[in-house]
Design a protein around this ligand. Structure first.
Ligand code: FES
Length: 110
């Protein structure tokens, strides 16, 4: 068993239920959420073109992520209910430094 098996993220869904999801290095956070069957649309499949993978990053993590690129910020302009902690989860590549990352799925029209 590799150490990768121990990586995880914590994701709160639209019902307020928190899920501990096994995470894989090199995967987009959006892919991790989708792979576990949580309700995230991610319509463009990670191309930073739809903003339907919008999440809120927990306060303790906001300063620990790399800064969003212009493309991500522009796409977030199209999203609903954007907050300071908003990110597009397809633009967050999971790496060991993000082990334990806490997120909440942003509201959607699912
Ligand atoms: S999946 Fe479309 S912007 Fe992230």
């Amino acid at each position: 068993m590799s150490a990768e098996q121990d990586y995880f993220i914590m994701v709160t869904d639209h019902e307020g239920v928190e899920h501990k999801l096994a995470a894989v290095e090199g995967w987009r956070v959006m892919e991790i959420i989708r792979d576990h069957g949580l309700a995230i649309k991610a319509e463009c499949g990670g191309a930073c073109a739809c903003a339907t993978c919008h999440v809120y990053v927990d306060d303790e993590w906001t300063g620990r992520l790399f800064e969003p690129r212009d493309e991500e910020l522009e796409r977030l302009d199209d999203a609903f209910e954007v907050e300071d902690s908003s990110r597009l989860s397809c633009q967050l590549l999971f790496n060991p430094e993000l082990n334990g990352l806490k997120l909440t799925l942003a509201p959607s029209d699912l």
